[in-house]
Design a protein around this ligand. Sequence first.
Ligand SMILES: [Zn+2]
Length: 329
Amino acid sequence: MAAAEMSFLHSQLEERKRRLETVVTASPNDANLEALLREVDSALDRFAAGTYGLCEGCHDTIERDRLLADPLIRYCLDHLTKHERDALQRDLDLASELQRGLLPPADLKVDGWHTSYHYAPVGPVSGDYCDLYPFHGQLYFMLGDVSGKGVAASMRMTQLHALFRSLIGMGLPLAKIVDHINCFLCGSGLAGQYATLVCGRAKAGSDGELGDVELFNAGHLPVIAIQQGGVRLVESTGFPLGMFREATFTSTRLRLGAGEMLFLYTDGLSEARGESGEYGIERITNLVGRHASCCPAGVISACLDDLRGFAGANPGMDDVTLLAIQHAA
Ligand SMILES: [Zn+2]
């Protein structure tokens, strides 16, 4: 840790000691305050001894950002006390619950579209984003992958969820929504944190007509369209969101007949590893092509079965999200 940061931490501890001493004098016999004062004294002792910032478990340096957030900690992440581990676990459990609460209903059927999805984070929280949002007779669908992992990526994912839903609710055209979100992410992100994403708007045709889908693929893996004439890949037409403020995004238009389907996925599927290498987009395309007559839930479960057969017990280290949307009428 830099000398300036160490000196900042030292002054923080001195300041806390002063404040605590004043309060302890005013209300003596408060066991909590006295314990806190002892902790601050002990941290100052470690400063004097030159051992401040070293883990008492392994004597390695404690993570800088954690020390700056709490100058009293004495253990690195690997050597947390049981109490600290439990607190961290509780936080993660809550974050995980909150994130699950943002998912759309399972097997949603609305406005002439049938859907199904599978959302499986590797850890407690996920940087994968999946949402279905019916609005004014149209079904909006979003599936994406935030760069990075863990809590930071999951916070970005929850931002995307809120941004898309509020901008859709304002009745903006999809192209405007994508632009706004790109600018927002560019302006507020950590460098290198962006999102590959597919978002679309599906409108059912009236009796016997084709369904109309407008979709944007911003740096994401190809969307698979399963149609009468065969399987077609809808490739990315732009950069990931949050990478370049000046980026422009163009949409793709699709007309889907009854029973025709879109299949979206994250790289947790396409880059899953098995003994024979990577799962790959071709394998996904062939598989969904063979299940062209299935319902959305059927295609997803066939895909998961195939993935388990391919990767065995160790499907990989990434979140897996799948989404299938079928024009019903
Ligand atoms: Zn340690």
